[in-house]
Write a protein that binds this ligand. Structure first.
Ligand SMILES: [Zn+2]
Ligand SMILES: [Zn+2]
Length: 773
């Protein structure tokens, strides 16, 4: 039997379907689907591993488990072990069962470094039980799950590339060592224990640096005032139009005032000039340009874009989405693909492309492994779910645009002099949309200006007016821009970048979109920059990245590169220990700042302030004994009966993500307001005001009561229904009893999925809560 191992269950099924001509049957082996068929060449089976079946880990032993600063050097040098990934035991059993019965093995995992490593891991799992397979191993490389690609790959089998697999293996080891060593080091130094540990990563920290640097620039921005001048002129057609003074910005108000009062009738058209602009059609998508484009044009994150692209690839609708290539290889059936796409009504506008030979644009990067991302199957986008449809449509439109003509626009500018002051009006119209006809995202709406001739006299429509503005700080980096900058600085790989950004969110170093650093995120980066600059900048990690490329090219071994990285971790850790005290203080201050939600109104009304005169703040406090979090006032003192005793229960951070929304609720103006989301669960966050009497909270409770009543009514109906059925069907199963326990704890609410029931506000002092919890 010939055993074919793929990465996903979906590709195992697709490959079996294609190679068997539809006759393959699904069997289950240890609950894992295995697809089998036989033909003139004998029996065949495909099985998908669902990614890595094994993972790298530190060896067992107290000295590797315990978090202690003195154990970190030893941890870095620990010989790593390979063990089955959690939840993958059945996959390994299934692969081994099939491997025992097999006489040859084909690795058909995804065609990239990660796929090569998964292939090598699967191979090792298989030859563990059947060493005879080793000399038979072949590799099938394909870029799309289409009949042509799969048949081509299987009639042209290759060998497994150990250098490629080892390059991916080196990354795994290095990231594990870095992450563990510095996450422990920084968490221990900042005394951030348990669920509040501070994660540090080789690529993650310099990426955070990009976001923080921009934030620092924004904060350092000096707002400079300036003035802009506008005037309206009447046009013979009956309408009037707006013009802007030829001086873009007046930095002195006096000058703007003078120009405004000098403006006088009549306005005389001094010149009308037009210019044609040609914009070239875009180049084929590679991973990076796709992530950036999808994120900015569709308003989704680069990570979501990649997830949808992966789904579309698994469905056989697009080619492999992890590619550097921006040049179509000669082997691609371009004409056939265009022909099938334009039959879909949504893309029919591109049909004229077929009237001439297809000449695609090309980018600068070529990579023989995979073609650029292109559609491999024509279908109506409406057949797919919302965002997936939009991603598919974007890929199709981009593909068709690469064969299209340039877009030609004409911009016109007219200068009008009125009393010695010059004003201008500018317009832009599309003469020939070219590629923007199909790649509609690139099309801008026309801004037409009225027909004007040189020497024409115009009358002012009312008085000119002035608008005062000020210079703005540079914008925050969008996630698309961030992915692009990471690419330019060699941070991460095309496959890992979106996940790294996601991690910054989940560790609460950034929040909101575009990402904005929290005080903790700012402090982490600033502390690194000062005490361990190699952690904060891209150079060192980009250097390691280059060494991993050398493994892939066979110029360095995995051991050499991992050892180099161990040396770097040792020296960086030593530097960190030298600055330990200052570093931990900086991070501590940042974490403290993030706990503050807003001013305490009760203290403000009572005239209570801190010793330094600043207002008392409501902040998140973690009770030492119970570990539970609550909101308390910084003005509370254990033995002072006059001190502020404001406390509020809050959703526990272990189960809920709590993000500050407003320092002071804009509805009731009594307490801060936060946004709450159940951890690890999709769904919209809800807004929570800590003031129980806030209209927003009253409304929320009413809605909840309505919902519960509706559920209750439904349950009654079902019970009645059940009784009816029982009378007709004697063997009806007894209904499961719904748990009637009151949901008082947030844990129960987390399971129920609704907003947590916080109970009524407690008026006990923050300190006394510890005993009751
Ligand atoms: Zn207070
Ligand atoms: Zn409120």
């Amino acid at each position: 039997m010939r055993l074919i191992i793929t990465e996903k269950n979906n590709s195992a099924q697709k490959i079996a379907e294609i190679l068997s001509g539809g006759s393959a049957k699904e069997n289950k082996s240890f609950t894992i689907p295995v697809f089998k068929w036989s033909d003139a060449d004998g029996e065949h089976a495909t099985v998908g591993t669902g990614g890595h079946g094994v993972e790298r880990a530190f060896p067992e032993g107290k000295e590797f488990k315990q978090w202690k600063l003195d154990l970190i050097h030893g941890l870095v040098d620990a010989p790593l072990i390979t063990r089955p990934t959690d939840g993958k035991k059945n996959v390994i059993r299934a692969v081994q069962k099939e491997a025992k019965a097999a006489d040859s093995l084909i690795i058909a995992t995804d065609f990239d470094r990660e796929g090569e490593l998964i292939g090598l891991e699967s191979l090792e799992v298989a030859i563990d039980v059947n060493p005879d397979l080793e000399p038979t191993v072949k590799r099938a490389r394909y870029s799309a799950l289409t009949k042509e690609e799969i048949e081509g790959a299987f009639s042209n089998l290759d060998t497994l590339s150990y250098p490629l697999a080892h390059a991916a293996g080196a990354r795994q080891d290095i990231d594990l060592i870095w992450g563990a060593a510095f996450t422990r080091a920084v968490s221990l130094m900042a005394k951030a224990y348990g669920a509040n540990f501070l994660s540090v990563g080789r690529v993650q920290s310099p990426t955070l640096g990009l976001i923080v640097e921009r934030e620092l620039e924004r904060r350092a921005h000096v707002y400079v005032p300036y003035w802009e001048l506008f005037a309206k002129f009447e046009h013979p057609s009956g309408s009037s139009f707006e013009t802007h003074h030829a001086t873009d910005k007046f930095w002195e108000k006096l000058e703007a005032d003078a120009a405004m009062s000098a403006t006088a009738d009549p306005g005389i058209v001094k010149s009308v000039t037009s210019r044609k602009n040609t914009s070239k059609p875009p180049t084929p998508y590679n991973t990076n340009s796709f992530q950036v484009d999808a994120s900015s044009r569709l308003g989704i994150t680069p990570k979501q874009a990649m997830n949808y692209a992966q789904d579309l690839y698994d469905d056989g609708f697009i080619s492999y989405p992890r590619t550097d290539n921006t040049i179509y290889p000669d082997s691609l059936p371009l004409k056939k693909t265009v022909e099938s796409l334009v039959k879909i009504k949504d893309f029919a506008a591109a049909a004229p492309l077929l009237d001439a030979p297809l000449t695609p644009t090309q980018g600068k990067k070529f990579d023989a492994a995979h073609p650029p991302i292109y559609p491999t199957h024509a279908l109506y986008p409406s057949a797919l779910d919302g965002p997936k449809a939009r991603v598919y449509e974007l890929i199709v439109r981009r593909f068709l645009a690469t064969f299209s003509a340039p877009m030609i626009t004409e911009s016109t500018r007219a200068d009008i002099e009125a009393g010695g002051e010059t004003y201008f009006v500018r317009g832009k119209v599309v003469l020939d949309p070219g590629y923007a006809g199909i790649y509609t995202y690139a099309r801008s709406s026309d801004e037409e200006i009225p027909a004007l001739e040189e020497g024409q006299k115009l009358t002012l429509d009312g008085k000119p007016w002035m608008v005062d503005k000020e210079t703005q700080p540079p914008a925050r980096l969008s996630e698309a821009k961030l992915v692009q900058m990471m690419d330019e600085q060699g941070l991460g790989t095309k496959a890992t970048r979106p996940d790294i950004i996601q991690k910054l969110y989940s560790r609460k170093y950034v929040r909101n979109h575009p990402p904005e650093p929290t005080a903790t995120g700012m402090a982490m980066y600033e502390a690194f920059k000062e005490w361990v600059p190699e952690m904060a900048t891209s150079e060192m990690t980009a250097g390691l990245e280059a060494e991993m490329d050398q493994i892939a090219e066979g110029k360095m071994t995995k051991d050499e590169v991992v050892d180099d990285s161990r040396k770097l971790v040792h020296s960086t850790f030593d530097n960190m220990r030298e600055g330990e005290e200052a570093l931990s203080k900086m991070i501590w201050a940042g974490m403290d700042k993030d706990r503050i939600l807003g001013p305490c109104i009760v203290c403000k009304e009572a005239g209570r302030v801190k010793e330094d005169g600043s207002p008392n703040q409501l902040r998140i406090i973690r009770a030492k004994k119970s570990g539970k979090s609550f909101v308390g006032c910084s003005g509370w003192k254990p033995d002072d009966p006059e001190a502020c005793d404001q406390t509020f229960p809050m959703p526990q951070p272990n189960f809920y993500e709590v993000t500050p929304l407003e320092e002071n609720c804009s509805i009731c103006h009594r307490t801060p307001r936060v946004s709450v989301k159940t951890r690890g669960r999709a769904g919209r966050p809800w807004k929570l005001c800590f003031n129980d009497d806030c209209p927003t909270m009253i409304e929320m409770r009413e809605k909840k009561a309505e919902r519960l009543a509706a559920q209750e009514a439904k349950k009654k109906m079902e019970e009645l229904d059940g009784k009816k059925k029982k009378t007709t069907k004697a063997k009806a199963k007894p209904k499961k009893k719904s748990t009637a326990k009151p949901r008082t704890k947030t844990v129960a609410a987390a399971k129920a999925g609704g907003p947590p029931d916080l109970g009524t506000r407690r008026t006990k002092k923050a300190g006394s809560r510890n005993k009751t919890d």
